[in-house]
Every structure is written in C-alpha cells, then in structure tokens.
Design a protein around this ligand. Structure first.
Ligand SMILES: NC(=O)c1ccc[n+]([C@@H]2O[C@H](COP(=O)([O-])OP(=O)(O)OC[C@H]3O[C@@H](n4cnc5c(N)ncnc54)[C@H](OP(=O)(O)O)[C@@H]3O)[C@@H](O)[C@H]2O)c1
Length: 305
C-alpha cells in the first residue's frame, strides 16, 4: 500500500516521504480500515509515541496521522461492534502506525460509525478537534450552562471547535487570538474577543474555565484570570500555572466512541462545523504538510478520491 512515513524527528513534517509498505493485519479486537480521509495533529511528530512503541522500542520509520474516516475491510480475532463495509471515523493509537496510508489497523473501540450523510473529509476533520475540545471542556473542565470560558486560539483548529461546543452548551465564550483572527473567532461562537497582540489579557477576570492551546507565557498569565476554585485546562503539556483554589489539568486526547457520536450528531443538525483549510491527496501530502506551506485550518488528506 502507499503510505507516508517520517524518519527524522528533527526534520518533523518536512522529513515525510511517500513509500510502499505492507498492508497491516488486524490483531485481536482490531479492524482494518481502508482510509478515505485522514490528517495529522500539529506537533505529533515531536511526540515520543511517533518514534517508539509502548515498550520504548524503536519504530522508525513510522506512519504518522491518527485521525481517520474510512470503511472497515477486515475484522480481527474476536472483534465485535463493527462490521466489514461499515463507514467509521475515529482516533488511532499514538504508538502504532497511523492513518496517512491506504489502510490502517486500529482497535474497534477507537472508532464510531460515520453516518452515511457525512462526507469522509468532514468526518476526518471532526475527530481530533472534536474529541480534544469535548474532553477539555466537559470532562476535565466540567463546564456547565451559565458558566464562562476563555478559549485561547479560538480561530484555530481545536479552539474553533471548543468555542462552538462551549457556546452550544450554554456557556459564555471569550475567544483569544491574533488581531486578524477576531472575525473568525466570533463566527465560531465567541461572544467577546481578546486580541493578544493589542489587548491586555489581564483585563479579563473571573472566568470559570480557561481552555488553553497556546502554552508558554500565555498559559502562565491565564491562571490569574480564573475565579477562585475555577479550572485551567491545557493541551500543550505540563505547566506550573494554577488558579487560586482550583485545578490545572493538562491532557492528551483519547479515543471515545460515544463522544464521537455526540459530535457528529451536532454536525448533522447544523450546530457545529469543521475548520478545514486544505484538502489534498496522499501523493501530495508531503507538500501539503510542509511547514513552509502552512495554511490556517485543518489539512485533510483525501486518501481515496
Ligand atoms: N494534547 C492534545 O491532546 C492535543 C490535541 C490536539 C492539538 N494539540 C496541540 O494543541 C496546539 C493547537 O493545535 P491546533 O491544531 O488548534 O493549532 P492551530 O490551528 O494552529 O491553532 C492555534 C491558534 O492559536 C493562534 N495562535 C498561535 N500562537 C498565537 C499567539 N502567540 N498569539 C495569539 N494567537 C496565537 C493561531 O493563530 P495563527 O493561525 O494566526 O498562527 C491559531 O488560531 C498544538 O500545539 C497541537 O499540537 C494537543
């Protein structure tokens, strides 16, 4: 099968190559999926899971990309809950070969059925931002209707999903970003916008939750904007920042079938939309992910036309 591999951690996405690889086999409780659309997450090539298995053994060259929409072509020993020919979407194991390939083996429980009226491109674009935003807001952030949330990078891939889901859940949403992102963040559901290039972040005060996608100095300063006992959630790794009397949670997104079903249902009802920047082919994926060619929004690789 055709697949993209990475071989050089320092080169990141710029070191991707299109190669021939053997088709994967379904292990116990796995399915094999013929990938129709897939993508990668911003920094995943720098994550240790791209380079080793769970025992720390080298798996270079590995196939990156862990988001997919496609069709089940084979079941592993004992696999239940999905069937051959079924349309699915979901998130694959970080430590196994990924989805920038014609086929991928993945645990069935990592996938949800993709309704027939949702295009594969859209399905693939929902997975990572949808699950990350859902888990950050509702599981870790325990956001409820009537509360306020500040979403950093609200025009970005994860942030635009978080802004929509939070608004839809009845929260008051303050988005942040660069000056040029104001209108996009408002269009995705932010009710106020803090321009991090010009406004003073500290002027915002007393929010119940901060959802951070930026890290660094911004996440440190954000703890002070949270009411006593509130929560800081970040997806950019560990931080010392703590709201007074409250919690800080940094997390990596996990697969979740029930959450995927909730998310795709909102899309079908017009309550949610994707933030897709570019759709490319597997043959052109190396070019599409070249950092020098970066476009805003999710880059989706349409593996099958
Ligand atoms: N832990 C997890 O499970 C998990 C899951 C998904 C993603 N992530 C990580 O989360 C981060 C965000 O991912 P993403 O896909 O949402 O990226 P993205 O689409 O680039 O979103 C980031 C947003 O923040 C803006 N931004 C960046 N730096 C800024 C700054 N200094 N001041 C103001 N605005 C700034 C960007 O604007 P511009 O477009 O103008 O730069 C963009 O709108 C990445 O580091 C990614 O690896 C982690």
């Amino acid at each position: 099968m055709k697949a993209i591999v990475v071989t050089d951690q320092a080169a990141g996405a710029a070191g991707m190559k299109l190669v021939d690889r053997p088709e994967p086999q379904a292990a116990i409780n796995d399915v094999v999926v013929q990938v129709h659309a897939s993508s990668i997450t911003g920094d995943e090539i720098s994550w240790p899971s791209t380079w080793t298995d769970r025992l720390g053994r080298d798996r270079n060259p590995s196939i990156p990309g862990h988001e997919l929409a496609g069709v089940v072509t084979a079941l592993g020993y004992g696999t239940t809950g999905l069937s051959v020919g079924q349309r699915v979407f979901g998130l694959t194991d970080w430590h196994r070969d990924g989805t920038l390939a014609e086929y991928v083996a993945v645990e069935a429980r990592n996938l949800a059925p993709l309704p027939g009226d949702v295009d594969f491109t859209v399905g693939a674009a929902l997975v990572m931002p949808g699950l990350t935003a859902w888990q950050g807001l509702f599981e870790h952030g325990r956001l409820r209707a009537g509360q306020s949330v500040l979403v950093h990078g609200a025009a970005g891939i994860v942030g635009s999903m978080a802004a929509q889901l939070a608004r839809e859940a009845g929260a008051y949403v303050i988005g942040t970003g660069r000056t040029a992102s104001r209108q996009t963040a408002l269009d995705f559901g932010a009710q106020e916008f803090v321009d991090l290039d010009n406004d003073i972040l500290e002027d915002v005060g007393g929010v119940d939750l901060v959802f951070d996608v930026l890290g660094g100095d911004i996440v440190k300063r954000s703890a002070g904007m949270i009411r006593t006992g509130g929560t800081l959630v970040t997806i950019t790794g560990p931080t010392e920042a703590r709201p007074v009397g409250g919690l800080t949670i940094d997390f990596v997104v996990v697969p979740d079938r029930a959450q995927l079903s909730e998310i795709v249902q909102r899309l079908r009802e017009g309550r949610l939309r994707t933030n897709i920047g570019v759709v490319s082919t597997l043959d052109d994926a190396v070019l599409a992910f070249n950092p020098a060619k970066r476009v805003k929004g999710k880059t989706i690789i349409r593996v099958r036309p």
